[in-house]
Design a protein around this ligand. Sequence first.
Ligand code: BV8
Ligand code: ZN
Length: 237
Amino acid sequence: MLSAIRDLLRTARSIAVLTGAGISAESGIPTFRDAGGLWKNFRAEDLATPQAFARDPKFVWEWYDWRRSLIAKAEPNAGHHALAELEKRAAKFTLITQNVDGLHDRAGSTHILKVHGDIWTLRCTRCGHERHDPRPSLPELPPRCPCGAIERPGVVWFGENLPPDLWEKAERAASAADVFLVVGTSALVYPAAGLVHLAKASGAKVVEVNPAETPVSEMVDFSRRAPAAEALPLLIS
Ligand code: BV8
Ligand code: ZN
């Protein structure tokens, strides 16, 4: 099985990868839906929404500030590094991530489509001005734009559309892939999870890396029931 996947990755003309929170789990960042994912007994679906932010921007910002502080202390793990290495070897490679933590960038990946945005970007709620702010604990919550209005995290919330240009590229990459890796995602959030179906329907061989079963597990060609930091380095060696 391992050698079959290695051969697939070695001979593939175009590889696309979809990652979720699970690939950052071994960097110490809690996932959304596993046991440690809850924050003060709130679920992501309750906090990552425009309604929650409109109701209490400071409270939602406390969640993001807590996550930014956690991520700032985290390091990319062997799973992130394996994908950065695979990108160097593959003829065509696209990394589509639902994660907003920036660990793929820090591991050296370059061709990344952050379809759910970036936790290090702040966007003004009034003038739309965007800026990158790497500080783990912002001095004031919510942060303020020079125009005076409050800023929001530059991420995609539930009920918000994904950035159209990135989404279009992600669909193109999934459709063109000979091999599609789906790593560390519960495959519950759409439209991102739909990329697995699109890749499969377009003729890709699909490989899932996840310690647990997911709704896409029965449709993939190969499954590695293992943590990403352990499985991915073995797949690219
Ligand atoms: C949209 C960014 C069109 C923010 C996130 C009703 C009303 C409105 C919308 C909907 C609705 N019903 C359905 C929808 C659509 C909705 C949706 O899919 N909801 C789900 C919950 C049913 N989607 C949307 O709203 C999207 N937009 O559809 O626009 C539209 C417009 C208007 C109205 C309707 C539709 C926007 C979705 C994006 C939301 N933003 N994050 C932030 O991060 O703060 S989603 C959030 O979930 C993260 O991005 C996360 O990445 C994503 C998916 O979760 P996972 O990454 O998979 O993480 P999870 O914890 O779930 O799973 C971890 C996995 O890792 C597990 O499988 C585990 O086994 C595995 N694992 C654990 N350890 C390891 C491991 N794997 C490998 N190694 C390990 N060591
Ligand atoms: Zn502004």
